[in-house]
Design a protein around this ligand. Structure first.
Ligand SMILES: *Cc1c(COP(=O)(O)O)cnc(C)c1O
Length: 408
């Protein structure tokens, strides 16, 4: 049947790459009810536990009562409200940039910003492990895309040297790599971008609210906040809500308002989402936020250390994202299913999200996990490995990354 996709679906099933959704009941806490059974949640990006924080809920409810549920239009038509402007000012202050602008999601930001900034004749230098939304943004632009091996600064330097004289050059990297939990080599990226007159864009989806003494993100952690030309941050992960932002200069934001198609041609974020994000940033900036980050850091360190000592390759993770390398896709999913039987919900991550042969369990920590929860996780992962006879195929990737940053 020419119009049928059944064959492709079967291929995915044979390769262990078929995906389907599991249903969570109630709110996204450390323990959730999954398909009717209580499990420990170890694959949420709700790092600080803000999704059901009373202050966020109250702010959202008040916004709905005052403004209703929607905005009725895109930002440049009639969809800009005081709440958008206030949140953008709050984010610019938080990030210490001239301006900030909201996007409807991180995916929308990357697929809108990158094609706007890079045109025909320009070159995009993108880390091979960058998020899919960056890859899609690069593919949508008319610019040439150069994907450099993960964190390989010598390789990136050669690419920059070989591209002298061409158009604009933009280096793009995740601040925290979403599937490995390691960090960009930000100091080297900054010095390369200066040496070669390039722009540097950092996708800080997983650093925002989490990294740095005050939760401003990966650049704060490295003491390089003033050096990043364009930061993308999300409101849907540590900040507990939904949406994303770009923090940059007046000039770039002004330009993006005029040129980023995902900003221009899409209905703006609704009042409840804006109010919740504003409350979330206040918490991140407060003493409570610092305590939540501290707890998240302790949880992350505990899990990384315990799993490494048990012989697992955590792929050089420095953060709250702790991968457990397995290798083959079927085996990874078998591991994940077996853990679910033990009451641990952790997703297996397979191609195309990660390169072929590097499937892994991706554990993510939250400030709301307790030590007993994590002890249960480690015991279950070790028991399951022994029961299934899974021998991690070691990549050595975890050993290659040099001195550990220990961000969290
Ligand atoms: C989650 C994620 C995004 C997409 O953000 P959404 O707001 O979920 O669309 C972009 N980049 C990275 C690195 C991410 O992890």
């Amino acid at each position: 049947m020419a119009n049928s996709y059944a064959f492709e679906l079967n291929v995915l099933k044979c390769q262990g790459l078929y995906r389907s959704m599991s249903r969570i009941e109630g709110s996204q806490g450390a323990r959730v009810v999954l398909d009717g059974k209580e499990v420990l949640l170890l694959c949420s990006n709700n790092y600080l536990g803000l999704v059901d924080h009373p202050a966020l809920k109250e702010a959202a409810i008040k916004a709905v009562e005052k403004y209703g549920v929607g905005t009725g239009a895109s930002r440049l038509v009639s969809g800009t409200m005081a709440l958008h402007e206030q949140l953008e000012e709050q984010i610019a202050t938080f990030k210490g940039t001239e301006r900030a602008m909201l996007f409807n999601s991180g995916y929308a930001a990357n697929t809108g910003v990158i094609p706007a900034l890079a045109q025909k004749g320009d070159i995009l230098f993108s880390d091979k492990l960058n998020h899919a939304s960056i890859v899609d943004g690069c593919l949508l632009s008319r610019a040439r895309m150069v994907r450099y091996p993960h964190n390989d600064m010598a390789f990136l330097r050669r690419c920059l040297e070989n591209s002298r004289g061409e158009g604009r050059r933009i280096i793009i990297a995740d601040g925290v790599f979403s599937m490995d939990g390691d960090l960009a080599k930000l100091a080297e990226l900054v010095s390369l971008k200066k040496e070669f007159g390039a722009l540097l864009m950092v996708d800080d989806a997983h650093g925002t609210g989490v990294l740095g003494l005050t939760g401003r993100g990966t650049a704060e952690y490295f003491g390089l906040s003033a050096e990043i030309d364009i930061t993308m941050g999300t409101l849907g992960k540590a900040l507990g809500g939904f949406g994303a932002f770009i923090a940059s200069t007046n000039e770039i934001v002004d330009y993006l308002v005029n040129r980023a198609r995902s900003f221009i041609f899409s209905t703006s974020l609704p009042p409840a989402v804006l109010a919740a994000a504003s409350a979330a940033i206040e918490i991140v900036d407060s003493r409570e936020g610092a305590e939540l980050r501290q707890r998240l850091a302790e949880n992350s360190l505990y899990l990384r250390t315990a799993l490494s000592s048990a012989g697992f390759d955590t792929l050089g993770s420095d953060t709250q994202i702790v991968p457990v390398f397995v290798g083959e896709a079927h085996r990874t999913m078998e591991f994940s299913r077996a853990l679910l039987e033990e009451g641990i919900f952790v997703q297996g991550i397979r191609p195309p999200t990660v390169p072929v042969g590097s499937s892994r369990l991706r554990c993510t920590l939250m400030a709301t996990h307790r030590l007993a929860d994590l002890q249960q996780v480690v015991a279950a992962i070790c028991r399951t490995r022994d029961r299934l006879g899974i021998l991690p195929e070691t990549t050595g990737a975890g050993q290659e990354s040099g001195p550990r940053n220990e961000a969290l």
